[in-house]
Design a binder for this molecule. Structure first.
Ligand code: TA6
Length: 301
């Protein structure tokens, strides 16, 4: 959908008080979802959740004030969708880091609401542009559902005649009061690799972040909690469709290499990302599907 007609979107897919479309930053189309449990905002550019605020709990996601909102560039913060590769593209390809899904305009398929929930469904399929970066026929759908928690479901369908190899991830930036007041639970005993070293290590106890951290964990349960002692809040991230989760914070030095983050933003953000990469990357035979799901629920502690 190029240059969507906001009035038409509101007419066809909007619902007073629950689903509203508008032009957001730099004219990119954004939809606000609301239900009795909270609110969230989604950019159709990138199929990107920009913000999530459960009622009475404050914003759960970090969105950089310096983010580019510019076609061709990813939005910094919120929940980027990394697909059909997680991490660097094939060497020499010149393709973007973390795939192209987060820099594409997604199509709006449907909206729905009930007494309990508000939902949005987006889709992406191959076209001339995606074919130049990745020459496969695919169907991708993203379901974003707001209820007592926020859940995202990404379904990949192989519409090609060849097997489809891909990696992927939800890359949420969680907003924290102060990284020094944060501990990450659910990783005790889990094996991880610490980028760039391939050596497996084992987590003992809760994780606190005291330096640049870029680890791929294989936790026993697909449930990770971020506890924020200053906000008295815990954010539970549960996921399915993979066994791996990345924990990332660039810390004080690395963050200076990001033009779209302020130098002290590392104190305000932490990424906990369900990913299929390395051993958990996916191969789909023609007509097969794979679903990656993530749910985010915050509560006071
Ligand atoms: O998931 C962690 C990571 O892959 C880091 O290596 C870091 O570069 C980060 O994502 C951000 O990537 P981006 O492409 O959004 O700059």
């Amino acid at each position: 959908m190029n240059d969507p007609d906001i009035a038409l979107l509101n007419q066809r897919f909007g619902a007073p008080g629950r689903i509203a479309f508008r032009f957001g930053e730099a004219g990119l189309p954004v939809v606000s979802l609301a239900c009795k449990y909270g609110a969230c905002e989604v950019s159709l550019y990138g199929g990107h959740v920009l913000g999530y605020t459960p009622a009475g709990l404050g914003p759960v996601l970090f969105l950089s004030k310096k983010s580019a909102f510019e076609p061709g560039k990813p939005i910094r913060g919120g929940i980027p969708v990394c697909w059909p590769w997680f991490g660097p593209a094939a060497e020499g390809s010149g393709n973007p880091l973390h795939g192209f899904a987060r820099i594409m305009q997604w199509d709006l398929r449907a909206t729905e609401y009930s007494g309990e929930a508000t939902e949005l469904r987006l889709s992406l399929a191959d076209d001339g542009l995606t074919r130049r970066m990745w020459d496969f026929a695919f169907g991708l759908t993203l379901r974003i559902r707001l209820e007592q928690h926020l859940s995202l479901e990404l379904v990949t369908e192989n519409r090609d005649t060849r097997p489809l190899d891909f990696s992927q991830g939800f890359h949420p930036y969680f907003r924290v009061s102060d990284i020094n007041a944060v501990s990450v639970h659910g990783l005790d005993g889990a094996v991880y690799t610490d980028h760039p070293s391939p050596e497996p290590k084992r987590q003992h106890g809760a994780l606190t972040i005291q330096a640049e951290t870029n680890r791929i964990y294989t936790p026993e349960k697909n449930e990770i909690a971020i506890r924020d002692a200053k906000l008295n809040r815990a954010t539970l991230v549960t996921f399915s469709g993979t066994r791996n989760a990345v924990v990332w914070n660039p810390w004080a030095e690395r963050i200076k290499t990001f033009g779209d983050l302020a130098e002290d933003d590392y104190t305000r953000m932490l990424c906990v990302e369900p990913v299929n990469c390395g051993d958990t990357a996916i191969t789909l035979e023609p007509n097969e599907r794979h679903t990656l799901s993530m749910s985010i629920q915050a509560k006071l502690i």
